[in-house]
Design a protein. Structure first.
Ligand SMILES: Nc1ncnc2c1ncn2[C@@H]1O[C@H](COP(=O)(O)OP(=O)(O)OP(=O)(O)O)[C@@H](O)[C@H]1O
Length: 249
């Protein structure tokens, strides 16, 4: 299990101050949501954790050690996998091909390197079984899957890269009620599997149902962190709308 800290992060885009001294502390094995109104800086913070952007100032700590991710690959190697809203799945390809995309397993036959499809299918089924054991045909094309099932494929790819931290960017946006419930189950399965989960979401109900703690950002700064009994959909909406920084009981 892995814990993640971002300390005093600053990030400007030209004249825009997207992050102004933001900190985030994610304990190992917890589901930690990042919320806030449009433009609060959520995506920028997540891009920094994912190695897509680099901070102007501040530091990232993975299990207490300072790290800098110059690329998404560097973040992935450190065990942080980000699942963006577009999921980056190839709809015309099979589930197992998506899970092993860019990291295909091969075997040697008479000196030739051939794809080891049987092993990829078997291992894919193993990853999928940790998340959603109703998806069993690893040959199925992704375009035949529901939005929630596609999310499962994208998460399996993160598991295949041995990610200990899974960052989910708006995983329930654009999903119906039943699919949203499937995704909530996926996230709970990740936690059961010992993964640390960072969740960016505008869906207050989903956040309240899932998160152990929530960090709320406002115009590039930390507003408040909620946990326990304070973490309700009503409270989240209240703080995001009001901008209040003190707890109201
Ligand atoms: N590439 C960019 N170039 C210029 N400004 C940017 C860029 N990306 C983000 N910003 C600005 O930085 C600020 C923070 O944006 P960010 O996308 O991180 O917020 P957010 O909380 O994720 O918002 P949303 O919920 O709308 O996605 C905003 O003012 C935004 O306009």
């Amino acid at each position: 299990m892995t814990k993640i800290s971002a300390r005093n992060i600053y990030k400007n885009y030209g004249a825009v101050e997207a992050l102004r001294g933001v900190s985030l502390d994610v304990a190992e094995g917890e589901i930690h949501a990042v919320c806030g109104d449009n433009g609060a800086g959520k995506s920028t913070l997540i891009k920094i954790l994912a190695g897509v952007e680099q901070p102007d100032q501040g530091e990232l700590l993975v299990d207490g050690a300072a790290r800098r991710f110059d690329s998404p690959t560097a973040a992935l190697k450190a065990g942080l996998a980000t699942i963006h809203q577009d999921l980056a799945v190839a709809p015309d390809m099979a589930i197992y091909q998506n899970i092993f995309m860019g990291a295909e397993l091969t075997r040697s036959v008479l000196g030739l390197r051939l794809l080891d499809k049987a092993r990829m299918r078997r291992e894919s089924l193993g990853y999928m079984g940790q998340l959603n054991d109703s998806i069993t045909d690893m040959n199925a094309k992704v375009n035949a899957l529901s939005g929630g099932q596609r999310q499962a494929v994208a998460i399996c790819r993160a598991l295949r890269w041995n990610a200990n931290v899974v960052i989910l960017d708006e995983p329930t946006a654009a999903l119906g009620v039943r699919e949203t419930e499937q995704v909530l189950q996926l996230v709970r399965s990740l936690k059961r599997a010992g993964k640390t989960v960072i969740l960016i979401s505008h869906a207050m109900k989903d956040v309240a149902a899932l998160a152990d703690r929530v960090t709320i950002l406002r115009t590039g700064e930390n507003q408040i962190t909620l946990d326990g009994g304070d973490l309700t959909a009503d409270n989240l909406a209240h703080y995001i709308l009001s901008g209040e920084v003190n707890r109201v009981h």
